[in-house]
Design a protein around this ligand. Structure first.
Ligand code: 5RP
Length: 233
């Protein structure tokens, strides 16, 4: 297993397995985050090796577009692309029904557009992301128009949540999304009905999108390390 930390190794192997699903001629939704970064790297390597041809990517974030360019994946847009064949993206939590919480990278609004349009949405996670109930380990990200942060905060509190404005790494200002908005991370007492909560939160004026992805995933690839050996199931 070398010196690589086990979580990173799981992410790498699951990224490799997802990249192996990309076929020649595919339009590929490129997700955001450290796990998808491996998938982007391996798609690029497969293109460079001539294993797959005529592949184009649709990035879900500035980060994904930078990585795609670095690894030689040509990019297109939803204006140009007639379809998305496969999207590969990470998640912060996955429940037994394959519903997700996403948005740890503040990219869930564009991710929901791209992942939801894909004929096949493959989720790549390490085994630490599996939960019995959504909201148990990760606060739900909600992208909000900056001028509406105060009323949306109150509305989320009225729903029983505890919202916190996401701050940048140096804590000297809020995280700003690729769309120029802010993110409230909402600790919920336990999400019993993710489908209903997804709609309820998106109905609050000023909310762009929340990180609940219900019934969108077609396959979840899970990286795990057993007896020091990384595998994917
Ligand atoms: C970004 C996301 C990511 O996919 C999610 O946060 C998982 O990231 P990582 O693979 O780094 O654990 O939803 O908005």
């Amino acid at each position: 297993m070398g010196d690589m930390d086990p979580v990173k190794l799981m992410k790498q192997e699951v990224g490799r397995a997802a990249a192996a699903q990309v076929k020649s001629g595919s339009i590929v939704g490129l997700g955001t985050g450290s796990t998808t970064a491996f998938a982007i790297q391996f798609i690029g390597e497969r293109i460079a090796a001539g294993e797959i041809t005529d592949v184009v990517g649709i990035p879900t974030s500035f980060q994904a577009s930078v990585l795609a360019k670095k690894h030689g994946i040509p990019l297109t847009t939803l204006d140009e692309a007639p379809r998305i064949d496969i999207a590969i993206d990470g998640a912060d939590e996955v429940d037994p029904q394959q519903n997700l919480i996403k948005g740890g990278g503040a990219a869930h609004t564009r991710e929901k557009v791209v992942d939801g349009l894909a004929a096949r949405f493959v989720v790549v996670v390490d085994s630490s992301k599996l939960v019995d109930k959504l909201g148990s380990t990760f606060a739900l990200p909600v992208e909000v128009l900056p001028m509406a942060v105060a009323p949306v905060t109150r509305a989320l509190e009225a729903l029983g949540g505890a919202p916190e404005l996401r701050m940048g790494v140096n804590k000297d200002g809020p995280v700003i999304t690729d769309q120029g908005n802010m993110v409230l991370d909402v600790t919920m007492p336990g999400i019993d009905n993710p489908a209903e909560l997804e709609k309820t939160i998106n109905n609050i004026p000023g909310v762009l999108e929340n990180g609940l992805f219900v019934g969108v995933a077609d396959e979840v690839l899970i990286g795990e390390v057993i007896d020091g050996k990384a595998s994917v199931r």
